[in-house]
Design a protein around this ligand. Structure first.
Ligand code: NOJ
Ligand code: CA
Length: 710
């Protein structure tokens, strides 16, 4: 790691003569992005951001308000400023890229109040080639040990009425559809009335992050945060008058504030990704780079994998989580499940284990195996699960033994029903139980409103809970895939046992949502929004697209080939093949399209976004670690389109065999979603392939490196 420290003589001068000499400026390593920082005549700090001398973020203020202290936002002077340059690399233990370059220039400014109290606030900017991050640091000051923040007022002043892809600033859940609108037309309050969500709270016109915008000049800007630790999640209030976003932290009714911090304290980074090409947003490593290096050491106990599970069958209503079968997801769908059977039986689990071992699928998830599900949506959800007691028709030991014999890894499931205090009490015992049985990963869930009342999924209290889970799990060498989680903020760099999370409208909405599920534009939007925050457990792979025999009013709103493409498009080290084993069969044999799921990698050396436009389409190519094989996935929204792919990224001199899985010529997401074509060919570096996609369609390509004959 190279580190240089430079000091500005003029800055020191400024401090001593108490007079502004010049605005502080810092550029990205490639000199394209520039951040300026200063305080105005009232002593209020502000910053601007430009790309190639064109303003991207106009003069924007910052500051804090507290419960019992005066605000920290004016009457400042700059007392010190340091510049540091960093250029280093680090490796992802698993993920979308093996070697990551962390190259930025940093400006750290100490602001001091001119009043008696002389309180200090430090603002720290890191400027990368693909965007910026800045955070606040509260040094220890005098007798103040703790601050209760009632508002953080970070502004992001936009340069025009950009097009935005946004979800509402819900304090409880991210499971909303994205809306594309002009900034001035953002109306989060119109999303309040959502029949499918069991916990939702949208207090004002704000959006959640990542939120991505496109300017009229074709520039892409995406706002998010990195390293969210011991603080509340940030939503962005829509200030239409000033065409600006303003940070609005998720609050707590119990604290009657937004966050309580103990000094010294560093806030999360506020991040702005800037890209001239939409795909560069996806290739950016800004968010992970802004997190601390690995703090938990070796995580080889977790193997990136594909998995099957006892899961989709409950969502489409074939079976239930609950043994007594008295309750289905009745908050989500009409209908009584009492005629249905329990999904997690020993026999069913064994059948799935057989399917997995025969089809190169490493893992299996079992939901509904433990007692408590008859009350999981009830009023009192404390203490209903113990995470150790199986239902009588699920022989835990027998399933574990069978899985081991067949070389399949079982993934544990802990639905907490949003009773985190209960979960924290059980965690140690539950994790010991897992390890005793050789289980290395757990899917957690937080359905419903949080107990205790007054806390929200995205507030500081829960941020600390999710963090505690990661820490406790890391101690036991357990990897965590959280559903109804806090958003990803790149903490997977520090805690690589945070393998994936939900935090979006997942596949399950296609099974039961009363609005008909996720439209074809959903994933082409998610790729440029939610996916910027990190891996997604979306659970792709539905082959029986219409599943009319289970639920006539719902279907998956894509073609079959689009489902295959998701194994590459979606970034995750765990990818479910979520459909029922019988739906993966055709004419008594495994479905020919399933070959792609068997072959596709889950752990990547490199990722390249070949094309794409937010909400319209995207094609991603990923090179598998160890084999050197490439896999390519492309998806489109409601519009059919043809893409031309140039394989200029393949290895010079190598020859590859391709298998192309695409939509049939008459395929259509609504009327004919299952028509497909498979073709084989050869490929070398530089060659192009032209691939048509149906409406709501997609394609997947295996690019397998041939043995080079010596
Ligand atoms: C919601 C999760 O997103 C889903 O995957 C899970 O099956 C149910 N909760 C039950 O835990
Ligand atoms: Ca969910």
């Amino acid at each position: 790691m190279k580190l240089y420290y430079l000091y500005f003589a003029c800055l020191l001068l400024m401090a001593s003569c108490n007079k502004k000499e010049e605005v502080l400026k810092i550029k990205s390593p490639d000199n394209n992005i520039e951040v300026s920082f200063d305080v105005n005549e009232k002593g209020e700090p502000y910053y601007t951001v430009s790309l190639k001398n064109k303003t991207v973020i106009d003069s924007s203020g910052m500051g804090f308000e507290f419960k019992t202290q005066n605000p920290l936002q004016s009457n400042f002077q700059i007392s010190k400023a340091d510049i540091t340059k960093v250029d280093e690399t680090w490796q992802m233990p698993w993920g979308e890229q093996l070697v990551v370059r962390n190259n930025y220039n940093e400006l750290k400014v100490v602001l001091e109040e001119q009043s008696e109290a002389k309180r200090q606030l430090v603002v720290n900017f890191r400027v990368y080639n693909d965007g910026i991050g800045f955070r606040y640091e509260f040094p220890e000051q005098g007798s103040v040990k703790e601050l209760v923040i009632t508002d953080e007022n970070t502004e992001f002043n936009l340069t025009g009425d950009h097009t935005a892809w946004w979800i509402p600033g819900d304090w409880d859940i991210y499971e909303h559809l994205y809306t594309k609108s002009k900034f001035s037309e953002i109306d989060a309050l119109s999303k309040r009335d959502h029949p499918n969500l069991s916990a939702t709270y949208i207090p004002e016109n704000a959006v959640n992050t990542p939120v991505t915008l496109k300017t009229d000049d074709g520039l892409y800007v995406s706002f998010h945060e990195a390293d969210l630790t011991d603080y509340s999640g940030m939503t962005l209030k829509v200030d239409k008058e000033n065409t600006a976003f303003v940070s609005e932290l998720v609050g707590s009714k119990n604290l009657e504030a937004k966050a309580k911090i103990t000094l010294p304290f560093k806030t999360p980074w506020r991040t702005i990704q800037i890209a001239e090409r939409a795909g560069d947003l996806i290739e950016s490593n800004l968010i992970v780079n802004l997190n601390d290096p690995n703090a938990i050491g070796d995580v080889s106990y977790f193997t990136p994998m594909k998995y099957v599970g006892i899961w989709w069958e409950m969502h489409i209503g074939k079976s239930t989580w609950d043994y007594e079968a008295s309750q289905d997801m009745t908050t989500y769908v009409e209908g009584n499940a009492s005629s249905k059977s329990h999904g997690a039986t020993t026999e069913n689990a064994k059948q799935l284990i057989d399917f997995a071992s025969e089809n190169n699928i490493k893992g299996m998830l079992v939901e509904g195996w433990n007692t408590g599900w008859s009350q999981w949506l009830s009023g009192n959800r404390e203490g209903i699960f113990d995470f150790m007691t199986p239902y009588p028709d699920y022989n835990f030991d027998e399933v574990m033994k069978y899985a081991k014999e067949k070389g399949v890894e079982i993934i544990m499931h802990h639905e907490t029903s949003s009773a985190p205090r209960t979960y924290e009490k059980q965690m140690e015992v539950a994790y010991n139980f897992m390890k005793k049985h050789g289980i290395n990963s757990v899917k957690t869930g937080y359905v419903g409103t949080i107990f205790p009342k007054g806390e929200y999924h995205h507030g500081q209290w829960m941020v600390n809970h999710y963090h505690k889970v990661l820490e406790e799990a890391a101690k036991k060498k357990i990897a965590v895939n959280a559903h109804e989680p806090i958003k990803g903020t790149g903490k997977r760099r520090t805690y690589p046992n945070a393998i994936a999370r939900e935090g979006l409208r997942g596949q399950e909405f296609n099974a039961w949502a009363s609005d008909g599920g996720n439209p074809p534009s959903h994933l082409p939007t998610v790729a440029f929004t939610r996916m910027l925050s990190g891996p997604i457990d979306f659970t792709p792979g539905v082959f029986n697209i219409k599943f009319d025999e289970y639920r006539k009013s719902n279907q998956v709103n894509t073609t079959l080939a689009h489902q295959l493409a998701l194994y590459v498009v979606i970034n995750s080290p765990i990818q479910m093949a979520c459909d029922l084993p019988e739906h993966y069969m055709k004419d008594g044999k495994i479905h020919p399209m399933f070959q792609f799921i068997s072959d596709v990698g889950v752990n990547w050396e490199k990722t390249k976004v070949l094309n794409g436009e937010v909400g319209d389409f995207v094609t991603i190519a990923r090179k598998e670690r160890e084999t050197g094989n490439w896999f390519v996935g492309g998806i489109t929204n409601e519009e059919a389109r043809t893409v031309t792919l140039t394989f200029d990224f393949l290895e010079e001199g190598a020859t590859y065999k391709t298998i192309v899985y695409k939509d049939g010529s008459e395929a259509h997401w609504k009327d004919n979603p299952q028509e497909y074509e498979i073709s084989e060919g050869d490929l070398i570096k530089g060659k192009t392939l032209v691939i048509p996609m149906a409406a709501g369609g997609g394609f997947a390509i295996s690019v397998i490196k041939k043995e080079i004959q010596g």
